[in-house]
Design a protein around this ligand. Structure first.
Ligand code: NAD
Length: 290
């Protein structure tokens, strides 16, 4: 029975995962090596609760109960000793993830399941850093976690049926729809999204249209909720480039990152978080093309 969930990494994704887990009834320990990140996560999570109450999505009593189930700590080894499930949401760097999985494998109870929120990496490889690969799986949430309905559950080579079933139940308790798929680089969503986003950069580089025109064409012509440039500014151009580099390495030439995307990242245009990406967000209420 899963009751205690540890979420590792309190960044963009970890804080959303901690929120949906607490609302789903789990006791949640949010862990980060950076105390400032934890403090900011605490503030942001409280804002999500406030908005939820304001919009009638959650009652005051349920929000208060969920907030009481949430704690913020810096020591992963101690947090792991109480865990039934650990969900990892640290940066998309294999050496950081390896370190986290080795630590939790050492300290978590033998029954504990491990999930990674990686966008592209191999749950099989991540499972191999532990002595319990049958209990390791990817639980791919989407940004912003509290709004996006899907969790893409990705089985590694050694993942057991029982693990896949348990994790599906947990995701459903968090109010999510699921798909359970087998591992292949980029899963379903990251591979398609990276491809569409990269193609949009090629169009911009070729002078096919302005960012607004390309975004508008994709939104109104293909019925996408966001244009590819609006989306990449939200996700982060550096994160998108990381994903493409990984897909290029593992799946080949058609995923080679567009040189214009590489140039933007070199210039520090990382998207909304840096104030400028494909669009400019500095001192302006509305996005502006560069
Ligand atoms: P982020 O950079 O916003 O947050 C990562 C957090 O992890 C930071 O607060 C950092 O201090 C913390 N951290 C680093 N090393 C740590 C360690 N050893 N122990 C504990 N905490 C540590 O990253 P993010 O955007 O939330 O991405 C996290 C993961 O989720 C990545 O694997 C990413 O690919 C994946 N993902 C991201 C998105 C997205 O839209 N941002 C969507 C789906 C999946």
């Amino acid at each position: 029975m899963i009751k205690n969930v540890v979420v590792v990494g309190s960044g963009v994704m970890g804080r959303g995962i901690a929120y949906v887990a607490a609302v789903g009834g789990y006791n949640v320990q949010m862990v980060d090596i950076n105390p400032a990140a934890l403090e900011s996560a605490n503030t942001e999570i409280n804002k999500i609760f406030d908005k939820g109450i304001e919009r009638g999505k959650i009652s005051v009593a349920d929000a208060e109960a969920a907030q009481q189930r949430l704690t913020y700590v810096t020591d992963l080894s101690t947090a792991a000793t109480q865990a039934d499930l650990v969900i990892e949401a640290v940066p998309e760097k294999i050496e950081i993830k390896k370190n986290v999985f080795e630590t939790i494998d050492e300290h978590a109870p033998v029954h504990c399941y491990f999930a990674t929120n990686t966008s592209t990496m191999s749950p099989t490889e991540i499972g191999s850093y532990t002595n319990r690969p049958s209990q390791v799986i990817a639980m791919h949430f989407f940004n912003p976690v509290q709004k996006m309905p899907l969790v893409e559950i990705v089985r590694g080579l050694e993942t057991s049926d029982e693990t896949a079933q348990k994790i599906k139940e947990v995701a459903e308790n968090m109010g999510k729809e699921t798909v359970v798929i087998n591992e292949f680089p980029g899963f379903v969503t990251s591979r398609i999204s990276a491809m569409v986003g990269n193609e949009a950069f090629y169009m911009l580089q070729e002078g096919v249209g302005t960012p607004e025109e390309i975004d508008k064409a994709i939104k109104l012509g293909l019925n996408y909720p966001m244009g590819p440039f609006e989306l990449v500014d939200l996700v982060g151009l550096d994160a998108r480039l990381n994903n493409l580099n990984y897909l290029h390495e593992t799946l080949g030439e058609k995923y080679r990152p567009c040189p214009l995307l590489v140039k933007y990242v070199k210039a520090g245009r990382l998207g909304r978080k840096s104030g400028q990406g494909v669009y400019d967000y500095t001192n302006k209420r509305e996005k502006q093309p560069n």
